[in-house]
Ligand binder design. Structure first.
Ligand SMILES: [Zn+2]
Length: 250
């Protein structure tokens, strides 16, 4: 039903990435769909979300309307779906959880266990080109986090061999970090990009030690039994959730 961050678990933090099995949604959203407004019934999705949170022992997460931007939403109180457009959700409140929805884009979970600040970040190619991982770390710093203590876990996402984009997109991504070009390969007027590797560079340049970065290297497009993939299934694709929960006490 979901993958767990081993790095976060060492620090007694729950960080999870849902898979597609274990829910009640019918095809093509079978079965643990967590994306509203795609054609699946709200009732199914509510049920799936409740099942997931119960299984992971976490409260209902805060969610936003994701628009491939770099705005953030500061969350507290009871978890809910917000109308706000934001691609990073941050919380400083004990007992709160925050989530982002993906189907190929890279979900990044962040937590500073020392200061009790957590974030969920939606990094697609647009967010990655805008340096969203770096922006998220800056916001966490403003709230009192220390990048040296921040732990990051990057979840399942589309891998480079499956992620073909146009040359213009490749060029935009190569400007996002001095070493980003090392992870973009051009061939036959197309580009293949490793957004995971580029986000790791952005996190390292923001002050995170490499040992604080965990990466779950699974391709959502290749693993059709385990993950929803927008590239693979188009409009008929469900959505995964990546969730990080701040414990009641650290
Ligand atoms: Zn793949």
């Amino acid at each position: 039903m979901f993958l767990t961050s081993k790095l976060f678990a060492k620090h007694h933090i729950t960080g999870i990435f849902s898979e597609r099995q274990g829910g009640i949604s019918p095809a093509p959203f079978d079965s643990l769909n967590l994306g509203f407004g795609l054609g699946d019934s709200d009732k199914n999705i509510q049920h799936n979300l409740k099942q997931l949170c119960t299984a992971a022992h976490i409260p209902t997460p805060h969610r936003s309307e994701q628009v491939h931007g770099t705005e953030y939403l500061l969350c507290n109180g009871e978890g809910m779906q917000h109308c706000n457009q934001a691609d990073m959700l941050i919380t400083c409140t004990a007992g709160c959880s925050v989530a982002v929805r993906t189907a190929d884009c890279l979900p990044i979970l962040l937590i500073d266990p020392q200061s009790g600040i957590a974030a969920a970040v939606h990094a697609g190619w647009r967010g990655t080109a805008k340096n969203i991982a770096h922006i998220a770390i800056q916001h966490m710093k403003e709230l009192g986090a220390n990048p040296e203590y921040i732990l990051a876990c990057l979840g399942p996402a589309i891998a480079a061999p499956c992620f073909e984009v146009d040359v213009d997109t490749g060029d935009k991504l190569s400007l996002s970090h001095p070493q980003a070009h090392l992870h973009i390969h051009y061939k036959h007027h197309k580009a293949w990009v490793d957004i995971r590797a580029i986000n790791i560079l952005q996190l390292q340049s923001s002050g995170l030690p490499s040992s604080n970065i965990e990466s779950i290297e699974l391709c959502t497009s290749c693993l059709s039994e385990r993950f929803f993939s927008y590239r693979r299934d188009g409009m008929q694709s469900g959505r995964q959730l990546a969730i990080v929960a701040l414990p009641m006490s650290l």
